[in-house]
Design a protein around this ligand. Sequence first.
Ligand code: ADP
Length: 497
Amino acid sequence: MTGRRPHILILEDSESDYVLAMRELALGGLNPEISWVKDRSAFLQALESSDPDVALLDHSLPGFDGISALKMLQEMRPDVPAIIVSGAIGEELAIETMKAGASDYVLKQRIERLVPVTLRALQETEQLLARRRAEEALLESRKRYEALFSSSSEGICVHELMRDESGRAVNYRPLNVNPALEQMIGMRKEMMVGALASDIYGSPIHLERFARVMETGESASFEDTRLRPGKTFLVSAFPIEPGNFATLVVDITYRKELEMQLEQRAEELARSNDELQQFAYVASHDLQEPLRMVFSYLALLEKRCGDDLDDRAKECIYYAKEGAIRARDLVQDLLEYSRVGSRTKPSEMADMERLLGLACRNLRELIREEGAVIDHDPLPRLPADEAQITALLQNLVSNAIKFHGPGRPEVRVSCCEEGGDWIFEVRDNGIGIRMEDQERIFLLFQRLHTREEYEGTGIGLAIAKKIVERHGGRIWVDSRPGEGSSFYFTLPNGCSR
Ligand code: ADP
């Protein structure tokens, strides 16, 4: 009613009495919206068509009276308070009207009471409506809670914490359990509600945690394996009202199993990776020595018996040396590959321009032979393993020169920053790579050409990939046959991570 004009229904057959009442209401500062009716049928109609906040009922009307009007009002608008207004009212009648449920009565001789009495009645209506709204809201929220409680797929339980005389928490017992929890822990509600936790679970499990939740008022989450053997649950406990707390239970058995399997696999993978790395290292390292022997004895044979050998024998020695050289190159590349060890956090700030310069210096023979032009944008400094990044750039630049087209090899190294990463591009004007080969060239020993066409072992890009990934980056190529290639790799910028 606050903020709007009150609506008053007046049942009065006398115009002068109506004017009197209106004057009184106006004097009292009330500016009501009025429905004035003079007889039974108009009163009935008004009740049907409007919803007044209060009704002022004249006690004596021709063929109608205040008490009957009051009954009619109670039947049709039970929330509307009624005030009986009467010329003279005896004690008996006064009692009768109050008994019948009138809010109050006002004597016409004491009409000055009309305003306070009306105001009080209006206030009562407002309080009644407010209470009703609150009750409705409560009912609604209770319904929602009930629906949530019974249909939730998470287990919910309300508990009472029990203390001894000294106030120490000693046990607890479920007061309500939802169907999801019954199913999760495989126990009927009737077995749990009211029973002591010590009887249900053998001991009051997690009692200390629950007591702490109640003491601090702060919720707590933890994993449980004791609610049901063979199962793992995530339990969240929180206080809900004095002495009581609730637990929310989620079955995470499957997730835990997956996590464990994943962990085991990761461990196995790491172990087998280590073993493989160790093997590759030992094999390639130890192969160097016998290879050196093959090499030097072939050279000795050539030197000592060169003159006595016929052309066929010389040809055999030539191919044996070729094979030995190839084996040496392979072994050296494999050794390099196995040396790009497991990822260690790069602590040094590497100057990419300087490292590109180093790589080019190592390739100066090739650059000179092929007349290659190497060009670059300003390159950043970033946290990286200098030796590995030099090897990476060297691999990409040497490929860019090696796989050149008919023209002079031109290589450009550029770089841009995107979302916390630096993206580097090594672009060439070489022979290009078919779409369907662009992924496999990063695998060990994958080559697209014979050794007669282009020298190589097929390990360079595998090393490049390993180096980039050890630094937390990615490597890929964008190319079209005959149109050159762009090799991209990312490196974390370091500052934003
Ligand atoms: P390698 O250079 O020893 O053959 P890599 O692993 O470095 O081995 O490269 C694998 C293959 O990818 C190469 O044999 C070549 O076919 C292709 N490739 C690499 N870089 C380029 C490039 N810049 N242009 C064209 N093809 C390339």
